[in-house]
Write a protein that binds this ligand. Structure first.
Ligand code: MG
Length: 223
């Protein structure tokens, strides 16, 4: 059992995020502020060269992207945010996290892309965040090279989560970080797919650096 880590947000990071407060409050999503700050801290602590990109899987309408993008912009590091923008299974009609206002009345499908772009514009992150409108597995095949930071918050089904992991985690360079959202060791509190990824990472060369709410961050190194 890993002891919880105390999160301390450096003053400079707190200042950067303070400028985003209003937008963060106004943006739909499933990222409590304490977890968002911890996510930002994880990227803030990334000491890899700024040409090593960060990747987010699961953009939705951009709440977590505000946290990551704010730091990426400061680091002058590209942040690639991958999402097919049709909603995960749990966002579809009849499921727990469905929002009917996000259904395109013409196609009848979920469409989070235009709101995501709007969030990036409002956050002044359009030049920092590369929008990848794609299934993450398909996009991974076209994405060669290493990444310094990976945030997995895509589909929360067992198969979708495993596919995200297997498509992208091997691209993380030594010293890079893996962040996983919605890790619930207690099945009564949430689905188990992200927790399984977390457990797998711990036996595949990662060690935990941050635990905040359901967010877990791990670093890849041989130590
Ligand atoms: Mg999540």
């Amino acid at each position: 059992m890993v002891a919880p880590h105390q999160i301390e947000i450096p003053k400079e990071l707190a200042r950067l995020l303070a400028g985003r407060q209003e937008l963060i409050r106004a943006t739909k999503g499933f990222m409590p502020q304490d977890e968002g700050k911890a996510l930002a801290l994880a990227l803030y602590d990334c000491d890899l060269p700024n040409d090593v990109p960060a990747v987010e899987i699961g953009s939705y309408v951009g709440l977590s992207t505000i946290y990551l993008g704010t730091v990426a912009k400061e680091q002058m590091r590209p942040l690639v945010s991958v999402d097919h923008h049709r909603g995960s299974q749990e966002n579809q009609a009849g499921w727990e996290y469905h929002d009917p206002t996000l259904v395109d009345p013409i196609s009848g499908k979920m469409d989070t892309l235009y709101l995501f772009r709007r969030t990036l514009e409002l956050a002044q992150l359009a030049d920092t965040v590369i929008i990848a409108v794609a299934d993450s597995q398909t996009f991974a095949k076209a994405f060669s090279g290493e990444i310094g930071f990976l945030f997995i918050d895509g589909g929360h089904g067992i198969d979708e989560a495993r596919t995200d992991y297997e498509s992208w985690v091997p691209k993380i360079t030594q010293g890079g970080h893996l962040a996983i959202h919605d890790v619930f060791p207690d099945p009564a509190l949430g689905g188990q797919a992200p927790f399984l990824l977390y457990q797998r990472a711990l036996v595949e060369g990662f060690h935990e650096t941050i635990a905040q709410g359901s967010l877990r961050v791990m670093r890849k190194d041989s130590k």
